[in-house]
Design a binder for this molecule. Structure first.
Ligand SMILES: [Zn+2]
Ligand SMILES: [Zn+2]
Length: 263
């Protein structure tokens, strides 16, 4: 039986649908358990795609309300946190502000003013070599793994979102990152969100996932739904990919503990 731990709420300003609609979609898709993980607040006005700090209690309340409405359906409370150097202490503070089931680490920012998946910065891809952008992304991802702040790490090769790819064997970019993830003992996300983007490919690629499996890195399979219709999006493809590279287990999360579950 399947789970989906990467679901958003309208509080981030770019997702639609109330939590109850995500729950109903999850039940419809046959999921056994779900979790919400909206974008974390930042201490300053950082960008326009996350809740404000004062909205965090409202977020927690929304999930508690969904739990009350569906008392027999496990609904976990998570948060998708941006890993940005110099904000580690902020993440530690957030970790204390609610009874989280898990914290997700994500790299969106490769410099303080460039969220690499944001279409408003597409022009920058023409202004410097793709190799450099990929390197900056995976350097940040490696630091995120080394921080040990998170329970799982999201959309591992998000940098490919718009279809920009360096030439040749790409393992040169993520080999060190995977070593850091294995060393940290953190779980890696397999995300079907990439199938909905220009790249039309699961995050991470088959080669990346096979290299993760070779290092015995555990995984969780999620949709990164920003609308109820995206819950469990193309999960058959993701589970097939995971099995094909050798995975027989996925992880579940409760109160920041990992539980192993057979696929
Ligand atoms: Zn989002
Ligand atoms: Zn997300």
């Amino acid at each position: 039986m399947r789970t989906d731990y990467h679901l958003h709420t309208p509080l981030c300003g770019h997702a639609t649908g109330e939590p109850r609609e995500y729950v109903l979609a999850a039940q419809q898709a046959g999921l056994e358990e779900i979790g919400f993980s909206d974008h974390n607040p930042m201490p300053t006005q950082f960008d326009d795609w996350r809740m404000a700090p004062e909205q965090l209690p409202q977020y927690v309340k929304m999930i508690e309300e969904a739990r009350r409405e569906f008392p027999r359906y496990p609904i976990r409370l998570g948060l998708e946190c941006d890993f940005i150097p110099a904000y580690e202490e902020h993440i530690r503070d957030l970790a204390k502000l609610a009874d989280w089931d898990y914290l997700i680490g994500s790299v969106h920012y490769i410099t303080p003013d460039w969220d690499v998946d944001n279409p408003k910065h597409l022009k920058r891809w023409t202004e410097q070599p793709v190799d450099q952008i990929w390197q900056a992304y995976f350097d940040a991802y490696t630091k995120m793994a080394e921080s040990c702040l998170f329970d799982f790490l999201a959309h591992p090769d998000l940098v490919k979102k718009f279809g920009h790819r360096p030439e040749g064997d790409l393992s040169r970019f993520y080999r060190r990152t995977l070593d850091a993830i294995a060393e940290a003992g953190v779980v890696l996300e397999v995300s079907t969100a990439g199938l909905r983007k220009d790249v039309h490919e699961i995050y991470p690629s088959r080669d990346f996932l096979a290299a993760a499996h070779a290092r015995r890195i555990p995984i969780v399979i999620n949709s990164d739904a920003h609308a109820p219709s995206e819950v469990a999006y193309e999960f058959d493809l993701a589970y097939t990919l995971a099995r094909e590279v050798g995975y027989t287990e996925v992880m579940r999360f409760e109160k920041r503990k990992v539980v192993v579950h057979e696929i």
